[in-house]
Design a protein. Structure first.
Length: 357
């Protein structure tokens, strides 16, 4: 998935060349108290894309640094409060297989160690030692005295046994956002409601797993739904079908979506994950559902005006491990967003209110 970044790369391990006029510009004076250090970045990511990742924190300057095969950046987020918030929400986010290290610049030497170029597999969860339980001293207190950051609350390891569905993984969602919207900030914005009481309209569930997709019901989301679906309905009959040769992986388009088997389908935005024979595997980005669509049933939807509204649905994981057996697509669930998943921080853990499940 990260190969799409290659079009931005201007030489492995090198900064893009600048012309003479740019070199004569006066230096930019940085206020390090308002900056965050971002380590373990893909070498081909651009400064513009880094700013997009931090869009929720109103960044003003992004300075990317390449050192051999290492890539890191300094982002000015405008205030000390935004520094704390960016560290809490962004540290540990996985981008193209790399787990970002986000911290204050003063800690960058500790955060970006020589062995931290690639994401390492997660350590196996172990039971707490008996010596700790009996009250014996431990070195953990010393480690906690100087934490590198204040990461998001994460899902307890006992619930990490479920494999994350492919269509929910950040590596695929990053590529979808680049192809469809040219903006990655959605991955950060969807993590904001942690700790809040919310209502979710379920759009897709994963069989035998606690993962599901839902639309967070806010006034803005309902306005976006009405605007988007009305515009798609009005132009559907005018949109031409795509020729088979034009249907390629990564293309944004529209196809008929059926959330439930017995219902009549509606035409909605989708993104082509892959092409297999005479079919395309598509992700309906506003519902989180995937489908196998015949190549002759896919319509063109390249106009930018239909790709201004970000994806409506986002991924969640149910807090209770007993996933309810009844069909809940289109059901509105009330509850609280608890924490973020350990392996994929953009997936939020949702606890259903008593009597709702």
């Amino acid at each position: 998935m990260c190969s799409r970044y290659s079009r931005y790369e201007q030489g492995f391990g090198q900064e893009p060349q600048r012309n003479g006029a740019e070199n004569r510009n006066p230096p930019v004076f940085r206020n390090k108290d308002l900056e965050v250090y971002v380590g373990n970045l893909p070498v081909t990511i651009t400064e513009v894309e880094i700013l997009q990742l931090f869009a929720a924190f109103n960044p003003t300057i992004s300075k990317k640094v390449l050192s051999g095969i290492k890539c890191f950046a300094f982002v000015d987020v405008g205030s000390t409060e935004n520094v704390k918030l960016a560290i809490r929400q962004m540290n540990g986010m996985v981008i193209c297989g790399r787990r970002l290290v986000v911290n204050t610049p003063i800690c960058k030497g500790l955060a970006e160690s020589p062995g931290n170029d690639m994401e390492m597999p997660a350590l196996e969860a172990v039971e707490q030692s008996s010596s700790t339980e009996s009250g014996e001293s431990s070195t953990s207190g010393e480690l906690e005295a100087t934490p590198l950051s204040s990461p998001l609350p994460v899902l307890e390891s006992k619930q990490a046994a479920y494999a994350v569905p492919m269509e929910m993984r950040s590596s695929l969602l990053v590529q979808m956002l680049k192809d469809c919207f040219g903006d990655l900030s959605w991955l950060v914005l969807i993590m904001r409601p942690i700790g809040e009481e919310v209502e979710l309209m379920v759009t897709e569930t994963i069989p035998h797993a606690p993962y599901f997709w839902a639309i967070l019901l806010t006034e803005q989301a309902q306005a976006n739904m009405q605007q988007l679906f009305s515009s798609l309905t009005s132009i559907n009959s005018k949109q031409p079908f795509l020729m088979k040769r034009d249907i390629t992986r990564g293309r944004r388009c529209m196809a008929e979506c059926m959330l439930e088997e017995a219902e009549e389908g509606t035409w909605n935005r989708c993104w082509i994950i892959d092409v297999v024979g005479d079919f395309a595997v598509v992700l309906f980005i506003d519902f989180g559902s995937t489908a196998l669509i015949p190549l002759d049933s896919i319509k063109c939807l390249d106009e930018d005006e239909f790709w201004v509204i970000p994806p409506l649905a986002q991924p969640f994981m149910l807090h209770e491990e007993n996933w309810c057996s009844r069909k809940i697509v289109r059901t509105v669930l009330k509850g609280k967003i608890m924490v973020s998943c350990r392996s994929e921080p953009h997936i939020l853990l949702f606890s259903v209110s008593t009597g709702e499940a």
